[in-house]
Write a protein that binds this ligand. Structure first.
Ligand code: SAM
Length: 281
Protein backbone atom coordinates (compact mmCIF):
# COMPACT_ATOMS: atom_id res chain seq x y z
CA UNK A 1 0.00 0.00 0.00
CA UNK A 2 1.24 3.49 -0.83
CA UNK A 3 0.66 6.46 1.50
CA UNK A 4 0.81 9.99 0.06
CA UNK A 5 0.43 13.43 1.68
CA UNK A 6 -1.40 15.63 -0.82
CA UNK A 7 -1.90 19.37 -0.58
CA UNK A 8 -4.14 21.34 -2.92
CA UNK A 9 -2.12 24.31 -4.16
CA UNK A 10 -4.98 25.45 -6.41
CA UNK A 11 -8.28 23.75 -7.26
CA UNK A 12 -6.41 22.36 -10.30
CA UNK A 13 -2.95 21.69 -8.89
CA UNK A 14 -1.90 19.23 -6.22
CA UNK A 15 1.46 18.62 -4.56
CA UNK A 16 2.21 15.17 -3.11
CA UNK A 17 4.94 13.57 -1.02
CA UNK A 18 5.19 9.83 -0.52
CA UNK A 19 4.86 9.17 3.21
CA UNK A 20 6.56 6.38 5.14
CA UNK A 21 4.54 6.99 8.28
CA UNK A 22 1.91 9.36 9.64
CA UNK A 23 3.38 9.71 13.09
CA UNK A 24 1.12 12.17 14.94
CA UNK A 25 -2.21 13.94 14.66
CA UNK A 26 -3.98 16.31 17.01
CA UNK A 27 -6.84 18.77 16.74
CA UNK A 28 -6.14 21.76 19.01
CA UNK A 29 -8.40 24.71 19.79
CA UNK A 30 -6.78 26.51 16.86
CA UNK A 31 -5.85 24.00 14.17
CA UNK A 32 -5.04 20.44 13.22
CA UNK A 33 -1.41 19.42 13.76
CA UNK A 34 0.13 16.51 11.82
CA UNK A 35 3.63 15.10 11.55
CA UNK A 36 4.74 12.71 8.81
CA UNK A 37 7.94 10.86 7.95
CA UNK A 38 9.02 10.72 4.31
CA UNK A 39 12.06 9.62 2.35
CA UNK A 40 12.49 12.72 0.24
CA UNK A 41 11.83 15.52 2.77
CA UNK A 42 12.43 13.72 6.06
CA UNK A 43 10.00 14.56 8.84
CA UNK A 44 7.48 17.32 8.14
CA UNK A 45 4.82 19.33 9.98
CA UNK A 46 1.50 20.41 8.52
CA UNK A 47 -1.13 22.67 10.11
CA UNK A 48 -4.70 22.33 8.86
CA UNK A 49 -3.32 20.25 6.00
CA UNK A 50 -0.87 22.94 4.84
CA UNK A 51 2.87 22.44 4.74
CA UNK A 52 4.80 24.34 7.41
CA UNK A 53 8.30 22.83 7.64
CA UNK A 54 10.21 19.85 6.36
CA UNK A 55 13.56 18.70 7.68
CA UNK A 56 15.01 18.90 4.18
CA UNK A 57 14.13 22.45 3.09
CA UNK A 58 13.47 24.38 6.32
CA UNK A 59 16.99 25.85 6.22
CA UNK A 60 16.08 27.96 3.19
CA UNK A 61 13.08 29.63 4.83
CA UNK A 62 14.74 30.13 8.22
CA UNK A 63 18.03 31.42 6.82
CA UNK A 64 16.22 33.98 4.71
CA UNK A 65 13.72 35.18 7.29
CA UNK A 66 16.44 35.60 9.95
CA UNK A 67 19.78 36.51 8.37
CA UNK A 68 18.61 39.16 5.89
CA UNK A 69 17.45 41.56 8.64
CA UNK A 70 20.26 40.54 11.02
CA UNK A 71 22.90 41.34 8.38
CA UNK A 72 21.16 44.61 7.47
CA UNK A 73 21.39 45.92 11.04
CA UNK A 74 24.13 44.08 12.97
CA UNK A 75 23.23 46.05 16.12
CA UNK A 76 19.84 44.38 16.57
CA UNK A 77 19.37 43.47 20.25
CA UNK A 78 15.65 43.12 21.00
CA UNK A 79 13.52 40.94 18.76
CA UNK A 80 9.86 39.98 18.63
CA UNK A 81 9.01 36.78 16.73
CA UNK A 82 5.34 36.14 15.97
CA UNK A 83 4.18 32.62 15.12
CA UNK A 84 7.22 30.44 14.39
CA UNK A 85 6.16 27.59 16.68
CA UNK A 86 8.47 25.10 14.98
CA UNK A 87 11.44 27.04 16.41
CA UNK A 88 13.54 27.43 13.25
CA UNK A 89 13.48 31.24 13.30
CA UNK A 90 14.46 31.43 16.97
CA UNK A 91 17.22 28.89 16.33
CA UNK A 92 18.76 31.18 13.69
CA UNK A 93 18.48 34.53 15.50
CA UNK A 94 19.87 33.17 18.76
CA UNK A 95 23.09 32.33 16.89
CA UNK A 96 23.97 36.04 17.17
CA UNK A 97 25.77 36.85 20.45
CA UNK A 98 24.71 40.47 20.01
CA UNK A 99 21.03 39.55 20.50
CA UNK A 100 19.94 40.29 24.07
CA UNK A 101 16.21 39.47 24.15
CA UNK A 102 13.81 37.45 22.03
CA UNK A 103 10.07 37.48 22.74
CA UNK A 104 8.26 34.77 20.80
CA UNK A 105 4.46 34.87 20.62
CA UNK A 106 2.83 31.71 19.33
CA UNK A 107 -0.95 31.33 19.49
CA UNK A 108 -0.91 27.54 19.81
CA UNK A 109 1.25 26.11 22.60
CA UNK A 110 0.74 22.62 21.19
CA UNK A 111 2.79 23.52 18.09
CA UNK A 112 5.78 24.22 20.35
CA UNK A 113 5.13 21.16 22.53
CA UNK A 114 4.87 18.81 19.55
CA UNK A 115 7.79 20.35 17.65
CA UNK A 116 10.00 19.91 20.72
CA UNK A 117 9.01 16.24 20.60
CA UNK A 118 8.98 15.53 16.86
CA UNK A 119 11.14 18.22 15.23
CA UNK A 120 14.19 18.77 17.48
CA UNK A 121 16.08 19.97 14.39
CA UNK A 122 14.11 23.23 14.45
CA UNK A 123 12.92 23.34 18.07
CA UNK A 124 16.45 23.46 19.42
CA UNK A 125 16.75 26.92 21.00
CA UNK A 126 13.56 27.54 22.95
CA UNK A 127 15.53 27.05 26.18
CA UNK A 128 18.06 29.76 25.35
CA UNK A 129 17.94 32.12 28.40
CA UNK A 130 17.36 35.15 26.16
CA UNK A 131 14.11 33.64 24.80
CA UNK A 132 10.70 34.24 26.44
CA UNK A 133 7.75 32.30 25.09
CA UNK A 134 4.23 33.75 25.17
CA UNK A 135 1.27 31.64 24.13
CA UNK A 136 -1.24 34.17 22.89
CA UNK A 137 -2.50 35.89 19.77
CA UNK A 138 0.27 37.97 18.17
CA UNK A 139 -2.33 40.50 17.05
CA UNK A 140 -3.27 41.24 20.66
CA UNK A 141 0.31 41.02 21.98
CA UNK A 142 1.63 43.90 19.84
CA UNK A 143 -1.25 46.25 20.67
CA UNK A 144 0.31 47.24 24.00
CA UNK A 145 3.91 47.56 22.75
CA UNK A 146 5.61 50.89 22.08
CA UNK A 147 9.14 51.61 20.89
CA UNK A 148 10.45 48.27 22.17
CA UNK A 149 11.94 46.14 19.39
CA UNK A 150 14.72 46.51 16.83
CA UNK A 151 13.24 43.73 14.73
CA UNK A 152 9.86 42.02 14.39
CA UNK A 153 9.71 38.77 12.43
CA UNK A 154 6.26 37.56 11.43
CA UNK A 155 6.63 33.84 10.77
CA UNK A 156 2.97 33.02 10.48
CA UNK A 157 0.59 30.65 8.80
CA UNK A 158 -1.35 31.91 5.77
CA UNK A 159 -4.10 34.55 6.16
CA UNK A 160 -6.79 31.96 6.89
CA UNK A 161 -7.63 30.58 10.34
CA UNK A 162 -5.61 31.86 13.32
CA UNK A 163 -3.10 33.67 11.06
CA UNK A 164 -5.69 35.97 9.49
CA UNK A 165 -5.21 38.83 11.95
CA UNK A 166 -1.47 38.91 11.22
CA UNK A 167 -2.14 40.28 7.73
CA UNK A 168 -4.34 43.22 8.73
CA UNK A 169 -3.68 46.99 8.65
CA UNK A 170 -4.25 47.12 12.40
CA UNK A 171 -1.54 44.54 13.00
CA UNK A 172 1.07 46.23 10.79
CA UNK A 173 0.25 49.61 12.37
CA UNK A 174 0.86 48.14 15.82
CA UNK A 175 4.12 46.57 14.63
CA UNK A 176 5.24 50.02 13.43
CA UNK A 177 4.47 51.43 16.88
CA UNK A 178 6.21 48.52 18.65
CA UNK A 179 9.41 49.09 16.69
CA UNK A 180 12.14 51.51 17.74
CA UNK A 181 13.17 54.38 15.48
CA UNK A 182 15.49 52.15 13.41
CA UNK A 183 13.13 49.16 13.51
CA UNK A 184 12.74 46.48 10.84
CA UNK A 185 9.71 44.29 10.11
CA UNK A 186 10.19 41.06 8.14
CA UNK A 187 7.28 38.83 7.26
CA UNK A 188 6.51 35.76 5.20
CA UNK A 189 4.94 37.40 2.20
CA UNK A 190 3.21 34.55 0.35
CA UNK A 191 3.91 33.62 -3.28
CA UNK A 192 3.38 35.60 -6.49
CA UNK A 193 2.67 32.59 -8.67
CA UNK A 194 -0.80 31.16 -8.07
CA UNK A 195 -3.76 33.52 -8.05
CA UNK A 196 -4.90 33.24 -4.41
CA UNK A 197 -1.37 33.47 -3.00
CA UNK A 198 -0.65 36.44 -5.28
CA UNK A 199 -3.76 38.28 -4.12
CA UNK A 200 -2.67 37.83 -0.49
CA UNK A 201 0.80 38.97 -1.38
CA UNK A 202 -0.40 42.17 -3.09
CA UNK A 203 -2.78 43.06 -0.27
CA UNK A 204 -0.05 42.51 2.32
CA UNK A 205 2.44 44.59 0.37
CA UNK A 206 0.01 47.47 -0.05
CA UNK A 207 -0.78 47.60 3.66
CA UNK A 208 2.86 47.57 4.72
CA UNK A 209 3.86 50.14 2.07
CA UNK A 210 1.30 52.58 3.45
CA UNK A 211 3.14 52.58 6.79
CA UNK A 212 6.87 52.12 6.29
CA UNK A 213 9.17 54.48 4.35
CA UNK A 214 11.34 51.60 3.15
CA UNK A 215 9.44 48.62 1.82
CA UNK A 216 11.06 45.91 -0.27
CA UNK A 217 10.37 42.30 -1.16
CA UNK A 218 12.86 39.47 -1.51
CA UNK A 219 12.54 35.89 -2.67
CA UNK A 220 13.73 32.34 -2.12
CA UNK A 221 13.16 28.95 -3.65
CA UNK A 222 11.28 26.75 -1.16
CA UNK A 223 10.39 23.46 -2.86
CA UNK A 224 7.51 22.44 -0.57
CA UNK A 225 5.55 25.73 -0.66
CA UNK A 226 3.02 26.41 -3.43
CA UNK A 227 4.90 26.89 -6.73
CA UNK A 228 8.23 26.75 -4.87
CA UNK A 229 8.63 30.51 -5.33
CA UNK A 230 8.24 32.30 -2.00
CA UNK A 231 8.52 35.94 -0.99
CA UNK A 232 9.50 37.78 2.17
CA UNK A 233 8.61 41.37 3.01
CA UNK A 234 11.28 43.73 4.36
CA UNK A 235 9.90 46.96 5.81
CA UNK A 236 11.91 49.44 7.78
CA UNK A 237 11.97 52.91 9.29
CA UNK A 238 15.56 53.70 8.24
CA UNK A 239 17.61 50.68 7.10
CA UNK A 240 17.81 49.79 3.42
CA UNK A 241 18.67 46.09 3.09
CA UNK A 242 20.55 46.80 -0.13
CA UNK A 243 23.15 49.00 1.54
CA UNK A 244 24.41 46.66 4.21
CA UNK A 245 27.91 45.83 5.41
CA UNK A 246 28.63 42.42 3.87
CA UNK A 247 32.17 42.31 5.28
CA UNK A 248 30.84 42.84 8.80
CA UNK A 249 28.39 39.92 8.48
CA UNK A 250 31.08 37.69 6.94
CA UNK A 251 33.44 38.53 9.80
CA UNK A 252 31.00 36.87 12.23
CA UNK A 253 31.93 33.49 10.73
CA UNK A 254 28.38 32.12 10.94
CA UNK A 255 28.00 28.97 8.86
CA UNK A 256 24.80 28.99 6.81
CA UNK A 257 23.57 26.58 4.19
CA UNK A 258 21.47 28.97 2.03
CA UNK A 259 22.11 32.56 3.09
CA UNK A 260 25.25 34.36 1.99
CA UNK A 261 25.94 38.01 1.33
CA UNK A 262 25.64 37.58 -2.48
CA UNK A 263 22.23 35.96 -2.11
CA UNK A 264 21.27 38.78 0.27
CA UNK A 265 21.60 41.25 -2.63
CA UNK A 266 20.42 38.85 -5.32
CA UNK A 267 17.23 37.89 -3.50
CA UNK A 268 15.92 41.45 -3.90
CA UNK A 269 16.19 41.18 -7.73
CA UNK A 270 12.68 40.11 -8.65
CA UNK A 271 11.18 38.83 -11.90
CA UNK A 272 9.44 41.53 -13.95
CA UNK A 273 5.95 40.15 -13.38
CA UNK A 274 6.47 40.24 -9.61
CA UNK A 275 7.82 43.81 -9.67
CA UNK A 276 4.78 44.86 -11.71
CA UNK A 277 2.40 43.13 -9.31
CA UNK A 278 4.00 44.93 -6.38
CA UNK A 279 3.96 48.31 -8.14
CA UNK A 280 0.30 47.93 -9.04
CA UNK A 281 -0.72 46.59 -5.63
N1 SAM B 1 7.18 28.57 7.97
C1 SAM B 1 5.79 28.47 8.01
C2 SAM B 1 5.05 28.84 6.77
O1 SAM B 1 5.23 29.94 6.23
O2 SAM B 1 4.28 28.01 6.32
C3 SAM B 1 5.21 29.09 9.23
C4 SAM B 1 5.60 28.23 10.37
S1 SAM B 1 5.03 28.49 11.95
C5 SAM B 1 4.66 26.82 12.35
C6 SAM B 1 3.52 29.36 11.88
C7 SAM B 1 2.89 29.51 13.26
O3 SAM B 1 2.11 30.68 13.34
C8 SAM B 1 1.97 28.35 13.65
O4 SAM B 1 2.57 27.58 14.64
C9 SAM B 1 0.69 29.03 14.15
O5 SAM B 1 0.14 28.45 15.30
C10 SAM B 1 1.21 30.45 14.41
N2 SAM B 1 0.16 31.48 14.38
C11 SAM B 1 -0.90 31.55 13.53
N3 SAM B 1 -1.66 32.61 13.84
C12 SAM B 1 -1.07 33.23 14.91
C13 SAM B 1 -1.40 34.37 15.68
N4 SAM B 1 -2.49 35.09 15.43
N5 SAM B 1 -0.56 34.72 16.69
C14 SAM B 1 0.56 33.99 16.96
N6 SAM B 1 0.90 32.88 16.26
C15 SAM B 1 0.10 32.51 15.25
Amino acid sequence: MELWYTEEHTPDVRFSIRVDKHIYSEQTKFQRIDFFDSKEFGRFLTLDGLMMVTEKDEFIYHDMIAHVPMATNPDIENILVIGAGDGGTVREITRYNTVKKVDMVEIDEQVVVTCRRFLPQTASSFDDPRVSLYFEDGLKFVRSKNDEYDLIIVDSTDPIGPGEGLFTREFYGNCYKALKKNGILVNQHESPYYYDNAENMKRTHKRIRELFPICRVYQAHIPTYPSGHWLFGFASKTFDPLSFDAARWNSLGLKTKYYNTDIHIGSFCLPTYVTEMLQNA
